[in-house]
Design a protein around this ligand. Sequence first.
Ligand code: NDP
Ligand code: OXD
Length: 308
Amino acid sequence: MTIDLIVAGGYTAAEWQAGFDACAAAVKVHEVADAPKCRYALVWGAQPALYATQPDLRAVFSMGAGVEHLLRDPSLPAALPLIRLEDAGMAVQMAGYAVWGVLRHLRRFDDSAAAARRGEDWGGWRSPPATGARVGVMGLGVMGQATLAALAPLGFVLRGWSRSPREITGVECHAGTAALDRFLDGLDALVCVLPHTPDTENLLDAARFARLAKGALVLNAGRGSLIVDADLLAALDRGHLGAAVLDVFREEPLPAGHPYLTHPRVTATPHIAARTQIPLTSRQVADKIAQLEAGLPVSGLVGRERGY
Ligand code: NDP
Ligand code: OXD
């Protein structure tokens, strides 16, 4: 039996149809404007025109790992199950982004390249090995665990922070707000891959930055709302923080003239740390639709009360 799926936001129906066809899934994709009554929707962002016209929806899939874009939509029915994307080719990208940012900072690759451009002595030691540096990852879900696994062979001392207690071999794990300061204390690089929830908003402020080691890196690929921007810029300007690598922002695209675009210690990338991969996402969504149709439970169900 072919299942009708409505898609909204991000990519076109034709792109998704090609993805479902490529994995031989019996899914017919529709745009909002010309959709019949569908049982499932695959969505990115608020969709005010969608839910009132689709009373038969049984579940909504997020086109990404983050779901705050769905939860902030006042037209989203309260009882409709939401299902987030689980990896589907994003974790390896996120891990690569974090490794790039951390190594670039801790091994001072930019300084080395600048010295070479200036024609300085090539025998000078400009790239410390960085083994033994303390690197912490906030968020120990799919993205955080893949990031730690990629950082593990590089000789860092690793810490992790999550809401509920986790055990990860080779990682000193901390859980909950009470343990946050212990997690942050003296980190040389902080990697944030937390979701945006009411509890994580404005989490990284002046007091938290002050706990990091002098010259530390802050890398945020979770959500822009986690950072108090003025506090981050002040900590960079004071010289307490060495650099920031930012992929996500309160306003995207970053407005022209935003200080993150010109600050010499900030590298801003346009939300590319991990992009949705249509082939793997189509496979995952098709498999979960089949499970739901068979009355089976699926993973990745969003807890509305916790916000992720
Ligand atoms: P998961 O749901 O798998 O993991 C979320 C992690 O965050 C869990 O470890 C969870 O703790 C932790 N967490 C949530 N709230 C809190 C809190 N209040 N205090 C401490 N820890 C908390 O999500 P993913 O790893 O798949 O994705 C994480 C986020 O990464 C997404 O929500 C999205 O915002 C961002 N993202 C960004 C991309 C980009 O391109 N920049 C691409 C993909 C994702 P616990 O383990 O206890 O549940
Ligand atoms: C996501 C993202 O949440 O790309 O998947 O930000």
